[in-house]
Design a binder for this molecule. Structure first.
Ligand code: LYQ
Ligand code: ZN
Length: 261
């Protein structure tokens, strides 16, 4: 289903518009965030994440990233507050990263990229019946973006990097239960928010982006573990390392970025 796309020279972000014309739309993501051009909105309250009873199910390599899926059959793990009119249910999280020593985040701040970016994907189960339906609606998804910068070892990220060898190849999946993503959040939940899109095909313009200002620290060694993943399947004789799986910033097209206080 859908067209083949990737991050290479032939199938990468600059060619996605051919099969996904919305790539040139008016609310595409990621963007470059310019902090002193963001407007402080007094009625923008704090965001609240309630992941305590969340249930991770599995971890998989979908050929574009490594994804941890959650049970989203009820409101056990949600994000609410801030720009959101109701709670959005946690569906999955995944990462985008660079190559050795290169940048790898999708959003940038005053033109600066980070080594990686974590996306916690939530959907509006109050207004829509399924994730698929929500993924095409203008207020269907809320993605919490967290920057990863290199520094000390992240004390909990090893729970993920320790199992990456199990999902080395595209299409591989393994059980991954009892992981609470609360441990991946930085201490401050101050954020920027704007209306955007999925950063990969199908690039649906259905995302309320909430980008945390404070990055989390991970070690170069931990990040290097992500680069042992492959874009390719086990029986593919080409072993293409999974790295630089990020879309560059897109035109802001007059959009406002708001800042929590
Ligand atoms: N980078 S990102 O945070 O902007 C992001 C967030 C959510 C989704 C995507 C990318 C893309 C990439 C893989 C699946 C696809 C999408 C989806 C999943 C399952 C579906 O049934 C439909 C769709 Cl559209 N979900
Ligand atoms: Zn993403």
């Amino acid at each position: 289903t859908g067209h083949h796309w990737g991050y290479g020279k032939e199938d990468g972000p600059s060619s996605w518009y051919k099969n996904y014309p919305v790539a040139e739309g008016n609310r595409q993501s990621p963007i470059d965030i310019v902090p002193n051009e963001a407007s402080h909105d007094r009625d923008l309250g704090p965001i609240m994440t309630n992941y305590d009873h969340c249930t991770s199910i599995n971890i998989s390599n979908n050929g574009h990233s490594v994804v941890v899926e959650f049970n989203d059959s009820d409101d056990r793990s949600v994000i609410k507050g801030g720009p959101l009119d109701n709670p959005y249910r946690l569906k999955q999280f995944h990462f985008h990263w660079g190559g050795k020593g290169h940048e790898g985040s999708e959003h940038t701040v005053s033109g600066e990229g980070f080594a990686s970016e974590l996306h916690l994907v939530h959907w509006n189960a109050v207004k829509y019946k399924t994730y698929g339906e929500a993924s095409t609606a203008p207020d269907g998804l809320a993605v919490l973006g967290i920057f990863l910068e290199t520094g000390d070892d992240h004390r909990w990220l090893h729970m993920i990097t320790d199992v990456l060898y199990m999902v080395k190849y595209k299409g591989s999946i393994t059980d991954f239960k009892g992981f609470n993503p609360k441990c991946l959040l930085p201490s401050s939940l101050h954020y920027w928010t704007y209306l955007g899109s999925l950063t990969t095909p199908p690039l649906h313009e259905s995302v309320i982006w909430i980008i945390l200002k404070e990055p989390i620290e991970v070690s170069e060694k931990q990040l290097g573990m992500f680069r042992m993943l492959l874009f390719t399947e086990e029986d593919d004789d080409q072993k293409m390392r999974m790295e630089n799986n990020f879309r560059p910033p897109q035109p802001i097209k007059g959009r406002r970025v708001r800042s929590s206080n």
